[in-house]
Design a protein around this ligand. Sequence first.
Ligand SMILES: C[S@@+](CC[C@H](N)C(=O)[O-])C[C@H]1O[C@@H](n2cnc3c(N)ncnc32)[C@H](O)[C@@H]1O
Length: 289
Amino acid sequence: MKISQHPRTSAPGTGTSTDDPAAAEAVFLDATLRLLEPLCVLPGETVVDVGPGAGSATVALAHAVGEPGCVYVVDVDAAMLDVTMETARAAGVAHRIRTVLHDIEDGMPPLPARADAVWSSWCVHHARDWDAAARALLGMLRPGGRICLAEGGLPARCLPWDTGIGRPGLEIRLDEAHDRHFTQWFFGRPGAARPGRGWDTILRDAGLTDITAFSALVDIPAPLSGPVRGVVLAELAARVRRAQPFLAEDDTAAWASLLDPGNAAWLGHRGDLALLTARTGFSGRKPEA
Ligand SMILES: C[S@@+](CC[C@H](N)C(=O)[O-])C[C@H]1O[C@@H](n2cnc3c(N)ncnc32)[C@H](O)[C@@H]1O
């Protein structure tokens, strides 16, 4: 289900990269499941998924809590909650899930009870104040409860260093331009606070203890299958669109050729497209009262 078919309630820049987040999440599901492991979710527990996207982690959490358990999904975008519920219905676990339309920037969501565990992946970096968002995540937890925050990691490498189109190093310069875009977007919002340190320190300052970090490698070598190639092309196109104001003219032209299905240089024709990236999860525990 395409996100554009749903009414949106989020601010620009805070959603998923592409119009088909379920397809993207399927490619990253193996890494997501490995990042979920340190959360050690047990049957009967109450857990929260903040910023569920298309709900692939929500479904995994719903399986882990079993029949007596419950998963609250918290999102600022009603469309993401709709899509998550569609995913959950297809997986037969919708009855274990409660949706909460809430902006994490407004603090803790209105949950009926404190949770045993909180999971949030690729959501909190959208918040203007990462410290306040981390405190909100901790606020949802009971004493002794666990958090896993998936943020950071490494940018993806998908293209060879030299594609034969434009100058070599195209993807490296895209990373740089995209970082400049993110910095401008992030600080262009009133109230944006400079984080000034890494996620582990932010979580520690919010009150989390026993913090560990774990990175899951996503290593899908060439040649890519049709579905993975589709996701890689959609993600690259979205990245180029966002980074465009910061790209050199010749790089813009090279990307236009590489991303145009009507062009002989279209990336979709290539057998040397791969997906190599890493996703990091920061896990810890809220101290017992
Ligand atoms: C990039 S997607 C990540 C989806 C999924 N968790 C994953 O790892 O692929 C970001 C998600 O966080 C949600 N989100 C962004 N800002 C938010 C906020 N301030 N409060 C609640 N949800 C937010 C978006 O609507 C979206 O569902």
